[in-house]
Design a protein around this ligand. Structure first.
Ligand code: PLP
Length: 457
């Protein structure tokens, strides 16, 4: 058994947690998560908690999968580590690259036959910046340096990742963004639509912000546009159906590269292997991480589409970039076992089939709750806005901390749901059954009801 008080005191004495106010006393006494199975985690006090966030959007096959532990064990006993620098390679890294290439469907004139490995989403996006710049340099267009991201987009925490993302709190620390990265407004219908505008009209207008930015920067200076298929960490912002086709038209018109950051959206999350399939666009680079191993070990990378790969390969010259753990054999072996499970259990198909439809239908019922506006899902991702007045859609003030109150009630009742300002979001494991979804909804309703009682008090 775990001595909770001891672990908590060592935790606050020694462990600086990510995205945490180190001075804030309430961040001490962290809940100690000790084990997990299926869709549940348990803390050191024995509380069972339904993990509707799949950790950090990553445990797609659920917890406790022995096959993944076995794969790691077997690989560690055979070849625990070797690098992929200097003309060496390893079997799992090669097998996984070939398998990812076969899973990523060609779309239009784009195909994905090559993978560049890292260990995380952030590192992968750093690699994207390096690759995009090299691509344009090799084509003799070194002026094309500017990468356009989106306000409230999230692309990681490294200097380049945080710069590509559009989180103002992150930019405020560390002089970000780094040069040659700029942003456009997000396609958030609830917040950015004008009165009377349909979702579809809004989608086209929001995509138009990209064209306006390209013209402002100068089309000959723009290298790429980076976006998540749907914004995850920004609060589950699901774009209107008209958004991506219009984005595609604009990037094609100006010949700029399209980077699809699928760190959340790949590997079944939206009912397909990759998020670009869901929205039907043609990326040049696809960032992945998280669910490629269901989070059991760190692994990330970039699927490099033919347009970029061809130039990097044919023009030659060393690409001066890579990581000690690029193509880590244990991580790649675990990813192979993880993909085996996803294929055998048909998890992407499940998400775009019956179970996904049931999840969407039950989640939409949240729109009837007096605190909720705009509850919607896409695949196995859900978001909603907590509103002060359901009729007028009056928003809460940031100081009300309504999301944190609701999150507290979730946690108290045995549910992990994430708060992003006044939005509550989930991304449950893809192995949820209908019974699990019913239980999830019961817990969400309970947390919302208790939040409502608190607000009335
Ligand atoms: N890109 C997206 C879309 C993400 O959601 C995340 C993490 O949540 C990242 C990049 C960063 O990934 P990592 O935390 O593995 O560096």
């Amino acid at each position: 058994s775990v001595d909770t008080a001891l672990i908590q005191s060592l935790d606050s004495a020694h462990f600086l947690h990510p995205f945490t106010d180190f001075k804030d006393l309430s961040s001490r006494g962290a809940r100690v998560i000790t084990r997990a199975e299926g869709i549940y985690v348990w803390d050191s006090e024995g509380h069972q908690i339904l993990d509707a966030m799949s950790g950090l959007w990553c445990v797609n096959v659920g917890y406790g999968r022995k096959a993944l532990a076995d794969a790691a064990h077997a690989q560690m006993m055979t070849l625990p580590y070797y690098n992929s620098f200097f003309q060496t390679t390893n079997v799992p890294a090669v097998q996984l690259a070939a398998r990812l290439a076969s899973l990523a469907p060609a779309v239009g004139d784009r195909s994905f036959q090559h993978v560049f490995y890292s260990s995380s989403g952030s590192e992968s996006n750093d690699s994207n910046v390096r690759m995009v710049r090299r691509y344009w340099d090799l084509l003799g267009q070194p002026r094309r340096k500017v990468i356009i991201g989106r306000i409230n987009g999230y692309h990681g925490s490294t200097m380049a990742g945080a710069s590509l993302g559009g989180m103002s709190g992150m930019h405020a620390q560390g002089d970000l963004p780094i040069p040659n990265i700029t942003h456009i407004e997000q396609p958030y219908y609830f917040e950015n639509a004008i009165p009377g505008e349909s979702r579809e009209e809004f989608g086209v207008r929001a995509a138009g912000w990209l064209e306006a930015k390209i013209l402002e920067v100068g089309p000959d200076k723009v290298a790429a546009f980076i976006a998540e298929p749907l914004q995850g960490a920004g609060g589950v912002i699901i774009p209107p159906s008209t958004y991506w086709p219009e984005i595609q038209r604009i990037v094609d018109k100006y010949g700029i590269l399209l980077i699809s950051d699928e760190v959340i959206c790949a590997f079944g999350r939206l009912g397909h292997w990759f998020g670009y399939e869901k929205f039907g666009y043609k990326p040049d680079l696809v960032t992945f991480a998280k669910a490629v191993t269901s989070g059991y070990v760190p692994l990330g990378g970039v699927m490099v589409g033919n347009r970029v790969a061809q130039v990097l390969i044919e023009q030659g010259g060393e690409f001066n970039h890579g990581y000690t753990y690029s193509g880590h054999p244990v991580a790649c072996a675990v990813a192979m076992a993880n993909l085996d499970i996803m294929e055998a259990e048909q998890l992407p198909q499940k998400v775009c089939g019956d179970i996904g439809a049931y999840f969407a239908q039950r989640y939409a019922e949240l729109n009837d709750h007096p605190l909720v506006a705009h509850a919607e899902t896409c695949g196995f991702v859900g978001g909603l806005v907590l509103v002060k007045n359901k009729k007028t859609l009056e928003r809460f003030h940031a100081d009300d901390g309504v999301g944190m109150v609701c999150r507290g009630h979730c946690f108290g009742n045995g549910l992990i749901m994430r708060a992003v300002g006044d939005r509550m979001i989930i991304a449950p494991p893809l192995v949820m059954t209908k019974t699990d979804i019913d239980e999830l909804m019961r817990l969400i309703h309970l947390a919302l009801d208790r939040t409502l009682v608190d607000l009335k008090a």
